[in-house]
Design a protein around this ligand. Sequence first.
Ligand SMILES: Nc1ncnc2c1ncn2[C@@H]1O[C@H](COP(=O)(O)OP(=O)(O)OP(=O)(O)O)[C@@H](O)[C@H]1O
Length: 227
Amino acid sequence: MEYILETKNLKKYYGQEPNITRALDGVDVQVERGEFVSIIGTSGSGKSTLLNMLGGLDIPSSGSVKIGGREIGKMNDEQLTVFRRRNIGFVFQNYNLVPILNVYQNIVLPIELDGNKVDKSYVKEIIRLLHLEEKLDNLPNNLSGGQQQRVAIARALASKPAIILADEPTGNLDSRTSLEVMQLLKMTSTEFSQTLVMITHNPELAQIADRMIHIEDGKIVERKENF
Ligand SMILES: Nc1ncnc2c1ncn2[C@@H]1O[C@H](COP(=O)(O)OP(=O)(O)OP(=O)(O)O)[C@@H](O)[C@H]1O
């Protein structure tokens, strides 16, 4: 079977002996197309490092990452940038919105960067579901943290990427809104057969996924509730 995301013996070390940090220490992860997987672990366990590797944002010390069957270590920077933009939607903790663009422009930016036509009715539906209709002309600075996060989620969904990688996507939302946003992410990813990988330290949110991957000290550990 070909997985949409697959790592083999993935290692990421920072620094050098004797002060080496093994952020990832031999990680084998497989994610099936359309799956919703949460990666859960305590602070410093390696979650963000793993997500960055799965999204081709960082280079492994050793081991491999395959996205859609393609080994990303074999692509040059430009190929990887285009590949990422076409296949992966990112939702970061800190939103990464463009401050000089308004909400609507931020949402459709990745589509336009790729020279594609905006599916207006789809984007409108995302905007409605994320309660952003009234904010489309606002600049990010004029929004609350939670609103900015919803814009970031809308942007990730708008280009219908095959894969959505989310790093604590609801970290700045209250618990009720977090659950709502998570349900929305789950609903849209199911509707468009998207693969969703989300990292969190919140067990309640992690359980919304089809499957949980536990990480401790840079290693995947098996837990009973996975089965
Ligand atoms: N650029 C870096 N340089 C040195 N060490 C790093 C770097 N990035 C991460 N680390 C270390 O690697 C380990 C894993 O970090 P990572 O950010 O992946 O953890 P995390 O599980 O996402 O944590 P958190 O939940 O706090 O965001 C930590 O010990 C961290 O200090």
